[in-house]
Design a protein around this ligand. Structure first.
Ligand SMILES: NC(=O)c1ccc[n+]([C@@H]2O[C@H](COP(=O)([O-])OP(=O)(O)OC[C@H]3O[C@@H](n4cnc5c(N)ncnc54)[C@H](O)[C@@H]3O)[C@@H](O)[C@H]2O)c1
Length: 250
């Protein structure tokens, strides 16, 4: 098992990608903090992990509030006796044109998709340093942080910020023996903010299928395991190769 004896926080672990990451980590021996705003979702995932013989606990946290983040990191550390891994997975999308988005919608999207991963990493890194851990942080980014979109503006700005913030975090936390990387998904499972997966979801990539949460969970497992010990400050694209395509020149 690749994560035996380690403690991991996975934010937004109540469904879809975060749920699969939490379950994958638990199968690899980690104690997993299933963090979500939605208590029912977090408790269901934690219960399923425990029923399958893993170790998990649900933590209700609104990542838009620094006080919640601080309290969650403290509670997880107390419950599991340390902290080794953080996966910053929560995001929301505005799905708006720039001429229509309100300032309130812009601020909320930036708060949850960009500021929250920063604050979670800050509080988690302090706990990792205090515990003397060889920490690992993975920020879940998006191809929307690398390319413009017609129906999202705050989300694309926030994910672009996540990309470069990951590099600065990697540099600033390297002296503390904490490795920081990002994964860059495109069309994995259901769209952000949606519950149900449509396997016929139209995609244009080199694999001719939409991604499934397992595709991303395996990549994140790699980035938090010792298999990636020499990898820091990088963005791992898990997008079926769609970023390799140049529109109009396929
Ligand atoms: N699904 C995709 O196709 C896709 C593509 C590119 C990038 N991503 C990225 O992958 C990550 C996960 O996406 P997903 O589709 O699984 O998301 P999702 O919307 O299905 O799940 C997000 C989870 O986060 C929780 N959450 C929402 N707001 C919260 C808050 N304020 N505090 C705590 N928890 C909160 C929700 O309750 C939910 O359980 C996101 O960072 C997203 O940007 C997803």
């Amino acid at each position: 098992m690749k994560l035996q004896g380690q403690t991991a926080i996975v934010t937004g672990a109540g469904r879809n990608i975060g749920e699969e990451v939490a379950k994958t980590f638990a199968r690899e021996g980690a104690s997993v903090a299933v963090v979500d705003l939605d208590r029912e979702r977090a408790e269901r995932v934690a219960a399923e992990i425990n029923a399958a013989g893993g170790k998990a606990k649900a933590f209700v946290c609104d990542v838009a509030k620094e006080s919640d983040i601080d309290a969650t990191v403290t509670a997880v550390t107390a419950a599991f006796g340390g902290l080794d891994i953080l996966v910053n997975n929560v995001a929301i999308s505005d799905n708006k044109h720039m001429l229509d988005i309100t300032t309130e919608e812009w601020n909320r999207t930036i708060a949850i998709t960009l500021t929250a991963p920063f604050l979670f990493a800050k509080h988690a890194a302090k706990a990792m340093i205090a515990a003397g851990a060889r920490g690992k942080i993975v920020n879940v980014s998006s191809t929307s942080g690398y390319y413009g979109r017609d129906r999202a503006i705050a989300y694309t700005a926030a994910k672009g910020g996540v990309a470069n913030m990951t590099r600065s975090m990697a540099i600033q936390l390297a002296p503390h023996n904490i490795r920081v990387n990002s994964v860059v998904p495109n069309k994995i499972g259901s769209p952000v903010g949606k519950e149900h997966f449509d396997p016929t979801r139209p995609v244009k990539n080199l694999r001719d299928r939409p991604g499934v949460p397992e595709d991303l969970a395996k990549a994140i497992l790699f980035l938090v395991s010792d298999d990636s010990d020499f990898i820091a400050g990088t963005d791992l694209f898990v997008d079926g190769g769609c970023s390799a395509l140049m529109p109009g020149n396929e």
